[in-house]
Design a binder for this molecule. Structure first.
Ligand SMILES: C=C1C[C@]23C[C@@]1(O)CC[C@H]2[C@@]12CC[C@H](O)[C@@](C)(C(=O)O1)[C@H]2[C@@H]3C(=O)O
Ligand code: AKG
Ligand code: FE2
Length: 274
């Protein structure tokens, strides 16, 4: 398997260069609707955070989206090739993880989940987030939200950050636990769609990012999603005798349409529960 590390390093370097550009230059690539450059506004339903980002769709045609035309300019060519290489390496990594998950659940074929993100029509996204150091107002008691709490809607998310803390996950009792930053590690998040496919055996955990008072955080996240028309429901081959499905069947396109009308913290799966 091609290692994601070299393309990761160059993508991160290019991202740092991009985020260091004057605001007017970056805004040529925005607003993110949903793809492109965004700053402080997340999604289009009123969420805000101490973050700027680049959101890119991953299609079988590398980097086709018009809002990212800057990547097709000669000055964007090294960024483009690093990102294309990284996207394909991180997708393979996601597949290895998804195949181990299928094995752990003792279901076959092993590629039952990974084939969804490998599909030519897979609806996947790459996100580069930059959280600049945040001057902490006294009233905030050292807590400023970089990216508000949420679950990821897709099947799997593969996150890699530099060595700046900020990411936290929520435990069942509602307490928050910090994820130690480790630039040599990937953080894997189960998405809502995998929770549905496994009838809740794997859970999409709520997470958030707190801004850092001193250092910049840079993260790159691959969100592996299924093709638009894919029907999502608990896999019958996983269900035990008498086990009830917790979700009604829906397509990824239907879920995404509803998800994009919600705010980050909303419980998106709620409307699909039985
Ligand atoms: C507030 C929103 C931003 C988001 C779309 C949404 O309406 C609800 C889900 C959000 C999320 C979270 C995970 C990923 O970062 C993301 C790209 C996704 O697929 O769902 C974002 C969406 C976004 O930033 O557009
Ligand atoms: O930037 C991070 O570390 C996490 C952001 C996140 O959860 C997301 O973009 O969905
Ligand atoms: Fe997330």
């Amino acid at each position: 398997m091609a290692s994601p590390w070299s393309s990761l390093r160059s993508s991160e370097e290019e991202a740092v260069k991009f985020f260091a550009l004057p605001q007017t230059e970056k805004e040529r690539v925005g607003p993110a609707s949903p793809f492109g450059y965004g700053s402080k506004n997340i999604g289009c339903n009123g969420d805000t955070g101490w973050v700027e980002y680049l959101l890119m769709e991953i299609t079988s045609k590398p980097m086709s989206h018009a809002s990212l035309a800057f990547l097709t300019e000669p000055s964007g060519s090294s960024f483009r090739s690093a990102l294309n290489e990284y996207m394909s390496a991180v997708r393979k990594l996601a597949c290895v993880v998804l195949e181990s998950m299928a094995e752990g659940l003792k279901i076959e074929p092993r590629n039952i989940f990974s084939k969804l993100v490998m599909d030519e029509e897979s609806d996947s996204v790459l996100r580069l987030n930059h959280y600049p150091p945040c001057p902490m107002p006294e009233a905030s008691e050292g807590v400023v939200t970089g990216f508000g709490e949420h679950t990821d809607p897709q099947i799997i998310s593969v996150l890699r950050s530099n060595d700046t803390a900020g990411l936290q996950i929520s435990l069942r009792d509602g307490s928050w636990v910090s994820v130690l930053p480790d630039r040599a590690a990937f953080f894997i998040n189960v998405g809502d769609s995998l929770q549905v496919l496994t009838n809740g055996r794997f859970r999409s955990v709520r997470h958030r990012v707190l801004a850092n008072g001193l250092k910049s955080r840079v993260s790159m996240i691959y969100f592996g999603g299924p093709p638009s028309g894919e029907r999502l429901a608990p896999l019958s081959l996983l269900m035990r005798e008498g086990e009830e499905s917790h979700y009604r069947e829906f397509t990824w396109c239907e879920y995404k349409r509803c998800a994009y009308k919600t705010m980050l913290a909303d419980n998106r799966l709620g409307q699909f529960e039985k």
